[in-house]
Ligand binder design. Structure first.
Ligand code: HEM
Ligand SMILES: *[C@@H]1O[C@H](CO)[C@@H](O)[C@H](O)[C@H]1NC(C)=O
Ligand SMILES: *[C@@H]1O[C@H](CO)[C@@H](O)[C@H](O)[C@H]1NC(C)=O
Length: 491
């Protein structure tokens, strides 16, 4: 008797869950969800890509999945991406709540802030300031070139040896952001720098991995002493240190003569007076950490992809060097302006970004209201996953969708041309805020390195492996490289 009562109760609660996770009317199609888990058990969480590929072949360009009880819609292909992120820009410009990342950032800052005035004003402020307005005497370009000189010194010291360049490029990208935000770079072995690098690495590992998934889908488990508690704690430690840096800036700043992003933010608060909302210290810290997170792995993984292709496509490397030598003849340093005279180099950098597809699933979006896409009904608050890889490798959009070939960005006259499907920074109102900075970094760093060094696949390097490691930011597998100084240079 008791047994059958329990059974009955189980069936009823199961039914209740099934009803709860049933797709809304006219929702994009997808596999049937299981209560509590949604479709999670149907995916290999270590690397869901192959499973997802299967689903998109079966269900089409717009399909849906359940993460626990939460429905998500996946967008594939350029026409869908444009209709959603540009055509219905506002409807699709939200960010999801209730994820581990939201709890770290408390909905403040830029990346995870939902669509609204605080996000808009911080985004505008950061864009303006990064565009070199109000960033003081040292230009963005000088800051980047300054960091490059440390990278070059390091590589010169290792010339002829085979090294893994991962941490070097990572440290350099991080330091460029530090210099913009805090006014100075750090030595790579500085205590705070080390703590920051470690926090970012561990937190992205946790947020990427199964524990992040557990946190995001099962709210009941959040207070247990599981690894995501460490993510929260480490984030807090770095936050406290940044608070200290802000206090130091307050004590030493000269109003309206900003040395860096923090000074500019303090100026902005002062300009707005008593009621400077939504600008305050809490928002500033999260905005700073956002830029650090968003600007480090992305840039350094792209540089690592570039070097991997230089070493394995020596004809491409040589042709870049030829163009660089010609254009920069007699000049001590490259400047960002020089890109207009380097169509081939530009094509190579864009092609690297295309094949690297550094943020394959962009950053997740969320619908801000009930909306419609490709004839489907999508309610407000639905998680939206833009599959940028599907556009960067889309068959009808590229001359050579599956190869590494700079001709994808060159027209018949050998001029640089950017197809519309080039969207590694995403599109629409949420498009990458650091695109200008990232493009400047990639150009200055790669040109300087190619001018100075020859990149060689070392004999002990094994077979090159181009398949990426899956993650929120995708990266090539670790590899080793040998650098050789190029002869005949004046500097
Ligand atoms: C090669 C390097 C980079 C790539 C491929 C990249 C790509 C992206 C992508 C795909 C997004 C998501 C856009 C969306 O939600 O639709 C994004 C957002 C963002 N990126 Fe980047 N990014 C790069 C470098 C940087 C740098 C250097 C910075 C800053 C200093 C930066 C700051 C941001 C910020 C703040 C956002 C959030 C924008 C918002 O939510 O409004 N990124 N990036
Ligand atoms: C994204 O697109 C790529 C290329 O078309 C595909 O291999 C991958 O499975 C897609 N991912 C998702 C989540 O749909
Ligand atoms: C990069 O920084 C980390 C952390 O400070 C350090 O352990 C590593 O040795 C640095 N790498 C290089 C190449 O300097």
């Amino acid at each position: 008797m008791l047994g059958s009562l329990i059974l009955l109760w189980l069936c009823i609660s199961l039914l209740a869950f099934l009803v709860r996770t049933r797709r809304p009317k006219n929702f994009p199609p997808g596999p049937g969800p299981i209560p509590i888990f949604g479709n999670l058990l149907q995916l290999n969480l270590e690397n869901p890509m192959p499973d997802l590929e299967r689903l998109s072949v079966r269900y089409g360009k717009v399909f849906s999945l359940y993460f626990g009880g939460r429905p998500a819609v996946i967008l594939n292909g350029m026409s869908v991406m444009k209709e959603a992120l540009i055509g219905k820009a506002v409807d699709f410009a939200g960010r999801p709540n209730g994820l581990l990342l939201n709890h770290l950032t408390q909905g403040k800052g830029v990346i995870m802030a939902d669509y609204g005035p605080s996000w808009r004003e911080h985004r505008r402020f950061a864009l303006m300031t990064l565009r070199n307005f109000g960033l003081g005497k040292q230009s963005m370009e000088e800051r980047i070139l300054g960091e490059i000189s440390y990278v070059c010194a390091h590589l010169e010291a290792s010339a002829g040896k085979s090294i893994d360049p991962q941490t070097l490029f990572h440290n350099a990208s991080c330091d460029i952001i530090c210099s913009i935000m805090f006014g100075s770079r750090y030595e790579y072995d500085h205590d705070f720098f080390q703590a920051m690098i470690k926090m970012m690495a561990e937190n992205s590992k946790i947020a990427n991995g199964p524990w992040g998934m557990v946190y995001d889908t099962m709210p009941l488990l959040r207070n247990l002493p599981l690894p995501f508690q460490r993510a929260l704690r480490d984030y807090h430690t770095v936050k406290l240190h940044v608070l200290g840096i802000i206090a130091e800036h307050r004590a030493t700043r000269v109003p309206r003569e900003p040395r860096d992003l923090i000074d500019s933010y303090l100026d902005e608060m002062e300009k707005r007076g008593e009621n400077c909302a939504p600008f305050d210290d809490g928002q500033m810290i999260i905005m700073l950490l956002d830029l650090l997170f968003a600007g480090t792995d992305t840039t350094s993984n792209t540089i690592r992809t570039a070097v991997l292709y230089f070493m394995t496509h020596t004809d491409v490397q040589e042709r870049c060097q030829q163009e660089i030598d010609e254009v920069l003849e007699g000049k001590a340093q490259v400047s960002f302006e020089d890109r207009h005279k380097m169509p081939y180099m530009q094509a190579v950098i864009h092609e690297v970004q295309r094949v690297a597809s550094t943020l394959p699933l962009s950053v997740f979006h969320c619908t801000t209201k009930d909306t419609e896409l490709m004839g489907y009904q999508i309610p407000r608050g639905t998680l939206i996953i833009p599959n940028l890889t599907s556009v960067l490798y889309e068959e009808d959009q590229w001359k050579f969708p599956y190869d590494f070939n700079p001709s994808n960005f060159l027209n018949d006259q050998g001029q640089f041309e950017k197809p519309e499907a080039f969207m590694p920074f995403s599109v629409g109102p949420r498009t990458c805020l650091g695109e200008g900075l990232a493009r400047m970094e990639l150009f200055l760093i790669l040109v300087t390195l190619l001018r100075r060094f020859q990149f060689i696949w070392p004999e002990d390097g094994g077979e090159p492996d181009f398949s990426p490691v899956f993650g929120v930011t995708q990266a090539p597998k670790p590899y080793r490289m040998t650098v050789q100084l190029r002869g005949g240079l004046t500097n």
